[in-house]
Write a protein that binds this ligand. Structure first.
Ligand code: KIV
Ligand code: ZN
Length: 398
């Protein structure tokens, strides 16, 4: 069976940039868009052009510069937003307008004070208006996660008739469980006339920590595009993380999906976004956190030193990290100490290791982590005690 492609829609520069305090200037956005294009994303959501002159300019500049990816601009279901996005996207090789409206009961009642039919009318008008400017129009049913499936299916059927090419089913509030979200996608596939003509897209938020799981459930039920951000940034608890979905689909070959992501660029991409936004990545973040390939307990270290695969499901090289790290703490064992000493050039015998280990533990109990400089001090103390230099120092190895 041939593998099916999953489109990666990156919204770091739109949903991701909505994070408080993480505003980017135009040059930073251009640099990120350039790297996203090299990374292999299929769609770059470059911004919300009507939201500010700065965002308009950035979307315009990114449209001119991007070589391969489709460039997308967000709008509300309003003519002035759509006209503005169309102008900003004028120079894009592959432009897409992303328009939509809230469809859940609470959005219809509190945000729009409208009737369900009025929502459908606004949605279809927006889609057909956008189609006057571009061939590729994505429709989002905001808060689809909490929208009644039968009503959602009605909206989807009408926007497809109006010319939508992609249907975005956002779990805007991050409420759904993976099974519920997956069933929603399945329901739409079974109940919406014309659904086979469009791509279904998953846009999941992480309020309950389920954004990635929900996006994968969507894919397993027929969606073929995932909307995500680098480092999982985005409104509130963030969005599905790009690096997670890319590696899940790569690792689980039995699922028979692939993406165009060049995974060896994921770490440097993550650093660029984190540095430009001044937003650190949590150390235990999957794939790109500083601890994602670090081992600190004695049992794990011993396993990894013998064979990396005992505790690592991904070869760090695949995501652009050139080694797993063996972190020395008071939980580390003898093999980790010998390994790290060897890395800085000290070959020691088993007896020397047995002598050195308790001294190491004393030091480690006082410090959180033992670095190379600490190891040099340890050796000096130990060799000093022995009165002669019994430890052989080789030229420093990498
Ligand atoms: O979360 C959401 O519903 C969105 C839409 C605007 C696509 O970000
Ligand atoms: Zn969102």
């Amino acid at each position: 069976m041939s593998r099916e492609k999953i489109q990666i829609f990156d919204t770091t520069l739109r949903d991701g940039e909505q994070v408080p305090g993480c505003k980017l200037n135009k040059d930073e956005k251009i640099a990120i868009a350039k790297k996203l294009d090299e990374l292999g994303v299929d769609v770059i959501e470059a911004g919300f052009p009507i939201s500010s002159p700065g965002d308009f300019d950035s979307v315009r500049a990114i449209s001119r510069m991007v070589v391969s990816a489709c460039v997308c601009g967000l709008t509300r279901a309003k003519k002035k937003d759509i006209e503005c996005a169309a102008r900003a996207l004028e120079k894009a090789k592959k432009p897409r307008i992303h328009t939509g409206i809230g469809t859940s009961e609470s959005h219809i009642k509190y945000k729009f004070n409208a009737s369900p039919q009025e929502i459908i009318d606004r949605a279809t008008e927006a889609v057909s208006f956008a189609r006057r400017y571009v061939e590729d129009v994505e429709f989002y049913a905001e808060d689809a996660g909490r929208t009644d499936n039968a009503f959602l299916a009605r909206v989807c059927k009408e926007v497809i008739k109006a010319g939508a090419t992609v249907l975005n089913i956002p779990d805007t509030t991050g409420y759904c469980l993976p099974e519920q979200y997956g069933n929603k996608i399945k329901y739409l596939r079974n109940h919406v006339e014309g659904i086979e003509k469009v791509v279904i897209s998953c846009h999941c938020h992480n309020d309950l920590g389920l954004a990635t799981a929900n996006a994968i459930a969507g894919i397993l039920n027929g969606a073929r595009q995932i909307e995500c951000t680098i480092n999982g940034i985005g409104e509130r608890a963030g969005n599905t993380s790009l690096e997670e979905v890319a590696m899940i689909l790569k690792q689980h070959t039995a699922l028979n999906f692939y993406t165009n992501i060049r995974s060896e660029m994921l770490t440097s991409m993550s650093h660029l976004v984190s540095e430009s936004m001044g937003m650190m990545v949590q150390p235990n973040k999957a794939i790109v956190g500083s601890n994602a390939f670090a081992h600190s307990s004695g049992i794990h270290q011993d396993g990894v030193i013998k064979n990396r695969e005992t505790y690592e499901i991904i070869n760090p090289k695949e995501v652009g990290i050139h080694k797993s790290s063996i972190i020395l703490t008071a939980r580390s064992g003898r093999s980790a100490l010998a390994y790290r000493l060897k890395k800085i050039g000290y070959e020691i015998t088993k007896t020397q290791l047995d002598d050195l280990y308790p001294i190491f533990l004393d030091m480690a109990d006082q410090k959180k982590e033992i670095g190379d400089e600490d190891l040099e001090i340890l050796i000096e103390q130990y060799a000093g005690k022995q009165k002669n230099d019994i430890i052989h120092k080789n030229p420093r190895r990498k």
